[in-house]
Design a protein around this ligand. Sequence first.
Ligand code: NDP
Length: 290
Amino acid sequence: MRIAFVGLGAMGRPMAANLAGRFDIQVWNRTGTVATEHAAAHGSTAVDALDDLDDVEVVCSCLPTTVEVAAVARQLVPRLDAGTVWLDHTSGDPQQARDLAAELAGQGIDYLDAPVSGGTAGAAAGSLTVMVGGDAEALEQVTDVLDAVADRVVHVGPSGAGMAVKAVNNALLAAALWASAEGFAALEQAGVPTSVALEVVNASSGRSNATEQLFPERVVTREFPNTFALGLLAKDVGLARATLDGAGVEGPVLHLVDRLTTDAADALGSDVDHTELVRMVERATGVELR
Ligand code: NDP
């Protein structure tokens, strides 16, 4: 199967590397040197321009938002044959994804929203979870492609549903980060180090991915390795808020999480790791979580 992969960022690079082990894959990246390095390291074929992508059966994209995906699609679609499947791994906007799916369907291209979870470690290990919105028959055609990058593929519903699930998932991640940081700051003030509090919480009902992975590995160590940008998390929480609004769900908690996360990205910079949002709580309380 001939694949094109568009967008070799923190997620796209390792995903495309796993595909290169199994398929004939052409890679394109806005900054072209990244694609050239990918080809040298993983045996993919780098193309300089989108127009150079040739004879493709499946397109995979992993870009910041649906806006960039739609721009790339408009450039690329004239080169694609009817029957091509577009797997969009971007954490995108559900409504914009539905609109793009309808536009591409007019050209005979099956667009599936297929955002992923599992982070850069899951991408490197080929053990992502993929949540897919769109046509079941089109999904059937790309089972082998998804098997190369994921341990779990869930067809969650019609077009846009994958994006909606991803947005809500990441809003839950942000909520857990904020709530945990607040709780641990109070416990530090009461004389309980965060590392000790984590021993209890992670054996108890308050645990989450934030407390099991992110606080021990990134916050308490003070390393904050930059694998998932705070600006991208703020984008996801905004999409979750819009999803709630669109469904008529009032959602005061996630509205607040949206505002806090957007403010944190403004204050700390959108390029820092998402876990650095805990610094906002640390600044407000004068406590360091260790
Ligand atoms: P990065 O910022 O690391 O990479 C972004 C990629 O998009 C780069 O290849 C960049 O190219 C390209 N790009 C940016 N703007 C444009 C543009 N205008 N036109 C064409 N290409 C562009 O992001 P991630 O890989 O971290 O994230 C990608 C998507 O995956 C996002 O939607 C994110 O929310 C989601 N995601 C991220 C996870 C993570 O842990 N990082 C986990 C799960 C989902 P260039 O090299 O030129 O800058």
